[in-house]
Design a protein around this ligand. Sequence first.
Ligand SMILES: O=C(O)CCC(=O)C(=O)O
Ligand SMILES: [Fe+2]
Length: 232
Amino acid sequence: MSRLDAYDWPLLSNDLNNQGSTVLQGLLTADECARISGMYPDESHFRSHVIMARHGFGRGEYRYFRYPLPDLVQAMRTALYPRLAPIANNWNARLGRERHYPAAHADYLAQCHAADQKRPTPLLLQYGPGDYNCLHQDLYGDLVFPLQVAVLLSEPGRDFTGGEFVLTEQRPRMQSRVEVVPLRQGDAVIFAVNERPVQGTRGPYRVALRHGVSRVRSGHRHTLGIIFHDAR
Ligand SMILES: O=C(O)CCC(=O)C(=O)O
Ligand SMILES: [Fe+2]
């Protein structure tokens, strides 16, 4: 994953600190996107299958990968984590939280597994016409790594229309603010899982975040989700 070296990480960190999200443009090639989305029908890659409408999560479906993850997914998860851990640690310090995230993802996963969060969380999502993903937070137990990544595997305008990735932010005593994140095929959005610190006049305070996908108007849309904590 030496391709991560090409990005301006101080700039991306600033975006994450100021907006709660940022985009890695062109993280995957069109071929890589097709290779990953093409795995969807092959059950051997996955540990479980969720039909979103059955749970009130929206409309559409997704599958959680099983271990061992496909090489490219494993490589991305392992290589992205150390870029994000310093930001996560800074957020924790500003929010007065004790937890420290180790520098290597393997060491963080060992903590998850010791806390009985052993099941892999990377997932592949599939949306068709009329499908959408309700606002949510991907929490799977007490251990939460506060940043996650979603890679758009389909090309807007060509493969699908509608289906925008959206984030909402709820500040104390304020109404929700929404942000639409423009993505092309292969772009990865990095965003806060559940909360982040915002600097106020009397010190940092906590804002709550949720993410989702607006209704797909036509075509099919696939996304790869990379979550760094494992699930109970
Ligand atoms: O399909 C999307 O863009 C959102 C996927 C999602 O909810 C996730 O990766 O956690
Ligand atoms: Fe999600």
